[in-house]
Design a protein around this ligand. Structure first.
Ligand SMILES: Cc1cc2nc3c(=O)[nH]c(=O)nc-3n(C[C@H](O)[C@H](O)[C@H](O)COP(=O)(O)OP(=O)(O)OC[C@H]3O[C@@H](n4cnc5c(N)ncnc54)[C@H](O)[C@@H]3O)c2cc1C
Ligand SMILES: NC(=O)C1=CN([C@@H]2O[C@H](COP(=O)(O)OP(=O)(O)OC[C@H]3O[C@@H](n4cnc5c(N)ncnc54)[C@H](OP(=O)(O)O)[C@@H]3O)[C@@H](O)[C@H]2O)C=CC1
Ligand SMILES: C=C(O[C@H]1[C@H](O)[C@@H](CO)O[C@H](OP(=O)(O)OP(=O)(O)OC[C@H]2O[C@@H](n3ccc(=O)[nH]c3=O)[C@H](O)[C@@H]2O)[C@@H]1NC(C)=O)C(=O)O
Length: 322
C-alpha cells in the first residue's frame, strides 16, 4: 500500500492551481497540470493532468500502484519525438521514462544493456567512438531506447528489431517480463507495444565490438550528414509523419501532389522533405492535425492511397471542415 501526501499548491497553470503528490517511501514526485509542449519535439500540446518522471524501478512501481488505485489511464512518454499531443492535453498520469538510465557495454559478449531512458543517438555515437558496430544507423534519430523499441525506429535499411536481444517489460499490474523480439510483433515501424500500457524499462542489444573506431565513426558521420542534407532539422517536427506505403515513398507522393510548402496556421509541409511537417514557431497541435488530414485527403484523391501516420496521435483532436 503506497502512502501519499499532497504538498499543496505549486503555482497556477491556466488559472488552475498546480498540485503535487509525493509517494512516501519512494521519494517520487507526481505533479499536476504539467505542460507537455516542452517535452515533445513538435513543441505543441496541452498539459498532462498528472506527470511524473521516475529515476528508479521502485519509484516507477509506486507510480503505477498510485495510478491503479486512482483508476487513472496512463500514457508513456520517452523523448516525445514521435508524438502529437492534443492542445487539450492528456487525461490521467503521463509517465516520462527518460530518467530511467543506465548503460553497460559488455566487452566479452558484445552486448549493450541500457535503461529505457537512454538517448539512442548518444549511444550510437558512443558505440562508434569505441569501435563497436551495430548502431551506425541510429545517429540523428532523437529520443530514447524505450521509444525506439516501441516504434521499431530505423534508418538506412536497419532497425531496432534487428539488434534487439531482449527487453524488460513492466505491466500495469507490476509484473515484469523479459521478452525476445519474436514476442513483440515487429514489422516496419511498429510493434505490439504501440498503444499499450506495457512499459519498457530496459533493453539488451547485440553489437559487434573490436572494429577500428575511426572506420565506424566515419560511417556513422556519413549517415548523419546524409540525413542533414535530405531532412529538415532546423525546426520542430516528429520526423516522418507517415509510414512509406510502397511502392512509392510518402515524401514523393506528397511532393507530386503539389503540397510542399503548404501551410495551415503555423504548420507547414517541409520544402526539404515533404514527409516532414514543421512547426514554424506558432503551430498548435490542431494546425498539425488539420494538415495531416489535408495531406491524407489530397494524396488519397490523386493516388488512391491512404497514407498511414507513423506519428502517434494522443488525446482528443477535432477535424475542422472547410
Ligand atoms: C528530426 C527527427 C528525425 C527522426 N528520424 C527518424 C528516423 O530516421 N527513423 C525513425 O524510425 N524515427 C525517426 N524519428 C521519430 C522518432 O525519433 C522515433 O520514433 C523515436 O524512436 C521515438 O522515441 P521517443 O523516445 O521520442 O518516443 P516517444 O515519441 O516519446 O514515444 C513513441 C511511442 O513509444 C511509447 N513509449 C516511449 N517510451 C516508452 C517506454 N519506455 N515504454 C513503453 N512505451 C514507450 C510512447 O507511448 C509512444 O507510443 C525522427 C524524429 C525527429 C523529430
Ligand atoms: N527538428 C526536431 O524537431 C528535432 C531534431 N532533433 C535532432 O535530432 C538529432 C538527435 O538529437 P538528440 O537526441 O538531441 O541527439 P544528438 O545527436 O544531437 O546528440 C546526442 C549526443 O551524441 C553525441 N554526439 C553528437 N554528435 C556527435 C559527434 N559528431 N561526434 C561524437 N559524439 C556526438 C553527444 O554526446 P556527448 O555530449 O556525450 O559527447 C551528444 O550530446 C539531432 O540532430 C537533433 O538536432 C532533435 C530533437 C528535435
Ligand atoms: C525520418 C524517419 O525515417 C526515415 C529515415 O530517416 C530515412 C533514411 O533511412 O528513410 C525513410 O525516409 P524516406 O523514405 O523519405 O527516405 P528518403 O531517402 O528521404 O526519400 C525516399 C525517396 O522519396 C523521394 N522524396 C523524398 C522527399 C521529398 O520531398 N520528395 C521526394 O521525392 C526521394 O527523392 C527518395 O527517392 C524513413 N522514413 C520512413 C517513413 O520510413 C522517420 O521514420 O521518422
Amino acid at each position: 500500500m503506497v502512502m501519499t501526501v499532497s504538498s499543496g499548491s505549486l503555482g497556477q497553470v491556466n488559472g488552475k492551481p498546480e498540485r503535487s503528490i509525493t509517494l512516501l517511501g519512494n521519494d517520487c514526485l507526481i505533479r499536476s497540470k504539467v505542460s507537455l509542449a516542452s517535452l515533445t519535439s513538435f513543441r505543441v500540446g496541452g498539459p498532462a493532468d498528472w506527470y511524473t518522471a521516475p529515476q528508479r524501478l521502485d519509484q516507477l512501481l509506486a507510480c503505477l500502484e498510485w495510478a491503479n488505485a486512482e483508476e487513472l489511464p496512463i500514457t508513456l512518454l520517452g523523448g516525445g519525438s514521435n508524438l502529437l499531443v492534443s492542445d487539450r492535453g492528456l487525461r490521467g498520469l503521463v509517465i516520462g521514462t527518460r530518467y530511467l538510465r543506465h548503460t553497460h557495454f559488455d566487452q566479452e559478449t558484445g552486448q549493450l544493456t541500457v535503461g529505457s531512458g537512454a538517448s539512442l543517438p548518444r549511444l550510437a555515437w558512443k558505440a562508434a567512438r569505441m569501435g563497436w558496430r551495430g548502431l551506425e544507423w541510429a545517429v540523428g534519430i532523437p529520443g530514447t531506447v524505450g521509444g525506439a523499441i516501441v516504434m521499431n525506429a530505423g534508418a538506412h535499411i536497419s532497425c531496432t528489431a534487428d539488434i534487439l536481444v531482449n527487453t524488460h517489460i513492466l505491466e500495469r499490474s507490476g509484473t515484469l517480463q523479459v521478452l525476445p523480439p519474436e514476442k513483440l510483433g515487429y514489422r516496419y515501424r511498429t510493434s505490439n507495444l504501440q498503444g499499450s500500457d506495457r512499459l519498457v524499462t530496459q533493453a539488451t542489444f547485440q553489437l559487434q565490438p573490436g572494429y577500428d573506431p575511426e572506420q565506424v565513426m566515419a560511417e556513422t558521420t556519413e549517415h548523419f550528414q546524409q540525413r542533414r542534407l535530405s531532412q529538415p532539422y532546423h525546426l520542430p517536427s516528429c520526423g516522418s509523419v507517415f509510414r512509406n506505403p510502397g511502392p512509392h515513398k510518402a515524401g514523393w507522393l506528397i511532393e507530386q501532389t503539389g503540397l510542399k510548402g503548404y501551410k495551415i496556421g503555423g504548420a507547414q509541409v517541409a520544402e526539404r522533405h515533404a514527409n516532414f511537417i514543421l512547426n514554424c514557431g506558432s503551430a498548435t497541435a490542431s494546425d498539425i492535425f488539420q494538415l495531416i488530414h489535408h495531406v491524407q485527403e489530397r494524396v488519397q484523391h490523386q493516388w488512391s492511397c491512404l497514407l498511414e501516420p507513423e506519428v502517434r496521435i494522443l488525446g482528443e483532436h477535432d477535424l475542422i471542415s472547410n
